[in-house]
Design a protein around this ligand. Structure first.
Ligand code: IMP
Ligand code: MG
Length: 178
């Protein structure tokens, strides 16, 4: 594994992003909707930097993947979602890869009569986009590689790492850790 973003780089990037978010919404109450499970770290770190009225909710998006890199069908579970009607919503995910997840989530939330819906991702992967949109806010642009850590997983492992690392061919060949 090779470290791509250190703890310190992430801390600074998320800190700058919190300033942008605070500026955009001024003191209007904001509903931050994290996409489980990958967004937990960025949501936790972002909200602690926001000195403004914030609510936090989550929804779950799972794309059933045959392998680490090929996306399959997306299922959205909104059981944990608070009422967003009339609220300013910021959807937060770990990574914008093909963009299918974010695109589907925004469409779903826009159908729920939110006052506004914007998107924020920690990472955007270069050259992978398959949809006709970009996230509104991106903390880091990264090269096209499979990354883990700071919420991102490989077969549910590595999410707890405090940094973002590239999973290399040797790591993948070993298979998922126990
Ligand atoms: P998208 O729908 O292709 O944009 O994929 C978004 C989802 O795929 C993210 O929320 C992640 O769960 C997962 N994903 C995409 N790329 C990576 C990666 O490099 N490492 C770990 N998960 C990834
Ligand atoms: Mg995810």
């Amino acid at each position: 594994m090779k470290i791509l973003l250190t703890e310190e780089q992430i801390r600074q990037g998320v800190g700058h992003m919190a300033q942008n978010v605070a500026r955009i919404y001024a003191d209007r109450p904001l509903s931050i909707i994290g996409v489980l499970t990958g967004s937990i770290m960025v949501v936790a770190d972002l909200v602690r930097r926001l000195d403004m009225p914030v609510r936090i909710g989550f929804l779950r998006a799972s794309s059933y993947r045959g392998s680490a890199t090929s996306p399959g069908e997306l299922s959205i579970n909104a059981d944990l979602l608070p009422d967003v009607k009339g609220r300013d919503v910021l959807v937060v995910d770990d990574i914008f890869d093909t963009g299918h997840t974010m695109s589907a989530l925004l469409q779903r939330l826009r159908g729920m009569e939110a006052a506004s819906v914007r998107s924020l991702v920690l990472l955007r992967k270069h050259g992978r986009k398959e949809v006709n949109m970009e996230p509104d806010h991106v903390v880091f642009d990264i090269p096209d590689a499979f990354v883990v850590g700071y919420g991102l997983d490989y077969e549910d492992a590595y999410r707890h790492l405090p940094y973002v690392a590239v999973l290399e061919a040797e790591d993948l060949a070993l298979g998922p850790p126990q």
